[in-house]
Design a protein around this ligand. Structure first.
Ligand code: NAD
Ligand code: DAU
Length: 353
């Protein structure tokens, strides 16, 4: 038996696979389309003996997915694959609809057929874990309570709307067909292998390259940051012990305004790799035009996963960003490779004055 991981050559999926094998997990079939965000080199460090099968393909390919489920006797699906970047969804939403909604729907259909063909014991042990985001809940005011699992869905970007649609489909497959699904809604992750179009790796990369550190709007938008290893441990815990049909919010309890996040990154860089002219990296901060419809604040109430499953993050905001910065400093070849080509075209279009 094996688990099927979708999107396992992206940021969180590849971290999950590394941690899965470090924890002695069973074989993994990793289905990934390798969009610009997918990079097989994220998995180059796996031990040669790791039972990892990489399959280059689309979650929307019914024949391929059905064959993988059957041939590998899949007992659980961990669904990370998605178009994940809010800014790209604003420039071009079509891919987000296709992968996040249509792709998730087709995957669910294949999984349902596979699950219905299992014997009673295997059916009850089977799990479909849908990895989703806090962005489906919309935006909070400064005094609002953090998002709980019962907060109304109010997505504001094409990305978050497409993820909310996928959450609804997953829920419906449990309610209608009894498919044993689990949904996780997590806050902003950071850590190794994150594509440098997202805030933290972008800032680290630009700082070292002597480029501006772009802050959208006034930089006072708040996100709740979580080290990716903690997200992976939470997903594993939910897979092992979560109750089918339930939603679990995952967060770091680390709300920070973007400007503070960038200053914190600059402080770590000043210590670890000071500029040769003695000036702090924060001098590179540049305010740029705001993201359209930019959500003001996200915050997660993660008491349910703590109470029911005993999960808490291991890293604080400070210890997490130290690890993240150090990883990028020690993996400059990885950054060089992913920042070539298509990424440059994106930066030229998106940050054009
Ligand atoms: P990512 O963009 O780094 O990786 C996504 C992966 O999915 C890539 O490897 C890509 O090639 C693959 N993919 C895209 N379309 C596909 C398709 N049609 N078929 C197969 N593979 C496809 O994203 P990420 O940041 O690792 O996010 C993973 C999941 O976690 C997403 O579902 C995202 O919504 C969710 N999430 C992310 C964060 C975050 O902070 N990054 C936070 C909460 C939830
Ligand atoms: O909240 C979870 C979400 O976090 C995930 O669902 C998404 O997949 C993931 O991409 C992330 O979305 P964000 O839009 O919050 O992440 P991003 O890193 O793009 O931006 C973080 C904040 O920083 C956000 O308020 C926008 C701001 N920002 C971002 C960039 C790229 C800037 O100020 N300047 C920038 O150049």
């Amino acid at each position: 038996m094996a688990i099927l991981v979708t999107g396992g050559a992206g940021f969180i999926g590849s971290n999950f696979i590394h941690e899965w094998f470090a924890g002695g997990g069973e074989p993994v079939v990793n289905l990934d389309k390798l969009t610009y965000a997918g990079n097989p080199r994220n998995l180059a460090g796996l031990p040669a003996s790791a039972p990892h099968t990489f399959v280059h393909g689309d979650i929307a390919d019914r024949e391929l997915v059905s064959a993988l489920l059957r041939q590998h006797a899949i007992r659980a699906v961990i669904h990370f694959a998605a178009e994940s970047h809010v800014d790209r969804s604003i420039h071009g939403p079509e891919d987000f609809i296709q992968t996040n909604i249509v792709g998730t729907f087709r995957l669910l259909e294949c999984v349902r057929a596979h699950w219905e063909g299992l014997d009673a014991a295997a059916r009850s042990a089977f799990r479909f874990l849908h990895v989703s985001t806090d962005e489906i809940y919309g935006s909070l005011g400064p005094a609002d309570a953090p998002f709980s699992e019962t907060t109304r869905h109010q997505p504001n970007s094409p990305y978050s709307a497409s993820k909310a649609a996928s959450d609804h489909l997953v829920r419906a497959y449990h309610h209608t067909y009894g498919l044993p699904v689990l949904t996780t809604n997590c806050s902003n992750n950071h850590g190794p292998f994150q594509f440098p179009e997202k805030l933290m790796p972008l800032v680290i990369h630009n700082a070292l390259a002597g480029k501006p550190l772009p802050i959208y709007g006034d930089g006072r938008q708040v996100r709740d940051w979580l080290y990716v290893g903690d997200h992976c441990s939470a997903v594993r815990r939910v897979l092992e012990s979560g109750r089918p049909g339930e939603v679990y919010n995952i967060g770091g309890g680390s709300e920070r305004p973007n400007l503070e996040v960038v200053h914190a990154l600059c402080a770590v860089l000043d210590r670890e790799r000071p500029r040769t002219d003695g000036i702090g990296y924060a001098s590179q901060i540049a305010f740029v035009k705001d993201r359209p419809g930019h959500d003001r604040r996200y915050a997660i109430d993660a008491r349910k996963i703590e109470r029911e499953l005993g999960w808490r993050p291991a890293e604080t905001f400070e210890s997490g960003i130290e690890r993240t910065v150090r990883w990028y400093l020690h993996n400059e070849a990885w950054v060089r490779e992913v920042t070539s080509g298509e990424y440059r075209a994106w930066v030229a279009t998106h940050y054009a004055p």
